[in-house]
Structures are given as C-alpha cells and as structure tokens.
Design a protein around this ligand. Sequence first.
Ligand code: ZN
Length: 333
Amino acid sequence: MPNIEAGTSYFGVRDPEHAETDLDRFSDAGLDAVLHTFSERDREFYRETMADIVAASHDRSLSVYVNPWGVGGVFGGEAFSRFVARNPDSRQVLNTGERVSAACFNDPAFREFVREWTHDAAGLGADVLFWDEPHWHNVHWYGDDHPNDVWCCRCEHCRGLYRERYDESMPATETERVSTFREESMLDFLDEMMALTRDEGAENAVCLMPTQSADHGPRDWAQLAKNDHIDVLATDPYWAAFTEDAEPGEYVARFGKELVEITDDHDLRSQLWIQGFGLRGDSAPDDVRTATRTALDLADSVFMWGYDGCRAISKIACAEPMAVWEAYLDELP
Ligand SMILES: [Zn+2]
C-alpha cells in the first residue's frame, strides 16, 4: 500500500510555535497530510496565523486540507457560528415554521459568506478544501423533543425556489419531491463553492456522512461524484458514534466499498476517516486497528479524526486517547 495518503485532523492550537512541535510529530510518524480546521473565529481573528501554520505544514512536506469547521452550523465540528447569530433571517426554518440555529444553503447572504470563506481558506495556501459533513439542521442531535418527522428547510428562499422548480407551493410534509429538492439544493451549493475553490487554485474533497437521509446531502452519492469540480469523495464511518453496536471492520468495509465503487466509476480519489474520538472501553485500540486496516485495503487516503485521540477536547476525548492514536499510527504503512 505504498501510495496511500495518511493524515489527521488538527485543531485547537493557534500558536504556530506550539503547532510546529505537533507537525514535527506528524511528520516523524510518517503522515503525508494534515487537515487544519478554519472556523468562523479562525477566519476573523487568526487568518495570518493560520497561513503561518499552513506554511509550517508544507515545510514538513504535509499536504494541507482546510475545512469550514462548524461554519454556518451546517458543517461538522466543535465550533459555533457567529454568522447565524448575526443573521437570524438567514436561518433554516423547520416545516413547523420555527427558525433553527443553522444557516440555509439557499440563503443568498449565507452563500455570499461562504464564497468569502472559500476565498480566504484557499488563500491560506490550502491544497484541498474539505467540505465536511454538510447537513440540513437536525433538531434531534440536540436532545430536542420535536416529532420525528420535522425537517428543514422551508424558509422563503427555499419555498420560492421550490415554486419556481415545480410550479406548486412547497408541502409541509417531506414528500419524495421535497427530499429531492433538499438534496439538489445542497448539491447546487457545493457546486458553486467547489467551482470557486478550483478558480482559487485548490482541490475539493467532500465528506458525506454514512447515512441514506436527505438531511445529509445526496442519498445517492453518485449524484455528487459526477460533479465537475470534486477531486476526493470521503465518508466517515464512525462506528461508535453513528451506530449502537456495529462491528468496526464491518461498518468501515460496508461504506468503504460503496465509496470506492463510486470513486472508481467517476475517476475520483477515495478517502475514509477513522474514528478517533469518544471511544470507550478496552477494545478501543483494537477497534481502531481493525478499522484502519480495513480502510487501508480500500481507499486512496485514510485520516483520523483527530490527532492524539482528541485528547484535548474533554467532551469528546477517547478514554485512552493516546492508545487510540498510537494504534492508528502503528497500522499505517
Ligand atoms: Zn431555506
């Protein structure tokens, strides 16, 4: 497996001198790539700092991915969105009419905001912009007591576009047509941002969650894979986060095979993410070893979320974070 890219996500450290000691460790461990999170806060306050950290990564021959960490509340990550706080009218609307704390993919102000983010993220010197877990807001992730069948988004922009497209008003229940509209809205958003990314000289990776819900983008991943601007299609089969009791190797293999079938068909690179957060119990290091070996057998690129088993994020840290991290590194070629 000599040509497989191996990497990790990196976050939370904004002092370049401290970051360099971590980047040295990654490089010494044989990693080829690092993903730097670039939240709304980073963009506002740490832009030049982040450019320095990106440059320090390149100095160590690491390819650099950059992601919109929690931007607008519609991408994955432990970061809050000031855009949402400042632009309450850009928020998604539940089918019940209630506004939620995430921006709408069809909202013109949010699209302009993400165009600006894209310009700045590419401007850091990123090799790849990593569109991580784009999703419509799911109230149930936040311990909410809404009924099961609520969905987003039914804001004025979504309703207007739906009417333009189908010449009927948008239903309040999620019909197949509504699901399709939700998928296509996200694909249209990603298409615009990925085209811009290419113009800015970077590549595009999109990480889709391992589900078959229109909450999380295209139910059929090929819909995204056929886009002209995508280079890497990724998924993150986090067995202990998204399932009750999946066997790690089986779970990674199931989605990994589905992924690789599609990337082969569309001449894209495939990428699998290994869970390195929230793992409890004695089997965690062995589970990571199994998942990593499975991923290496399938994909062109394998990453862990995140470095040191998320030791520094207490809420999601693994119980034995360094054992998880070492298990991952140990399985790499
Ligand atoms: Zn909307």
